[in-house]
Design a protein around this ligand. Structure first.
Ligand code: ADP
Length: 172
């Protein structure tokens, strides 16, 4: 079966997919941005579940149920805080996508929606982050036999344009 990569603009908490990927912080206990929106929409049971995970390192990914969300699961991954690009930020950001997809594969999930990890408060330059994100997923998706569709969720118009340009450059 052909695998699909698509761009979708809107609020990730509204998506009825197998898993949405949260841009979490190391505590995994919620925060601002997309993390706050996901905890808000999933309800307090999500916090109860993430409390049991014992946090995560940058680049790691951990999974919980989606609780009140339309999504069945939430994959929580911790993006790098961008300093100057000389602190392994690119490798760590790629690890977020790789580890999230590996978890989806392990749990037999077919449809995964990613938020744009590290591009908000964590300050990763959008062009670079998007190139890493899309090229990493494109490269490893064929190995993830269970995963059929990856949706890149963009919250605003400028981000959507960057993703569209990146798709074009990478021949998607
Ligand atoms: P980080 O701390 O990893 O930078 P942020 O939550 O600050 O994470 O931002 C990550 C991306 O998520 C940004 O592109 C931001 O615009 C986007 N975002 C914020 N809220 C939502 C939402 N409800 N749905 C989808 N994307 C969102």
């Amino acid at each position: 079966m052909d695998k699909k990569m698509t761009i979708w603009q809107g609020d990730i908490t509204t998506l009825k997919v197998d898993a949405i990927v949260n841009a979490a912080n190391k505590s995994l206990l919620g925060g601002g941005g997309v993390d706050g929106a996901i905890h808000q929409a999933a309800g307090p049971e999500l916090l109860q579940a993430t409390k049991k995970l014992g946090g995560a390192k940058t680049g790691e990914a951990k999974i919980t149920k989606g609780f009140k969300l339309p999504a069945r699961y939430v994959i929580h991954t911790v993006g790098p805080i961008y300093k100057n690009g000389l602190n392994n930020e690119a490798q760590l950001l790629a690890k977020c996508y790789k580890n999230s997809l590996a978890l989806a594969q392990k749990h037999h999930l077919k449809t995964i929606a990613f938020s744009a990890i590290s591009t908000g408060v964590y300050g990763y330059p959008l062009d670079e982050a998007t190139e890493i994100c899309v090229s990493t997923v494109k490269k490893i998706l064929p190995e993830m036999k269970n995963v059929e569709e990856v949706i890149f969720v963009v919250f605003d118009e400028p981000t959507k344009e960057v993703y569209e340009n990146t798709f074009e450059q990478l021949g998607i």
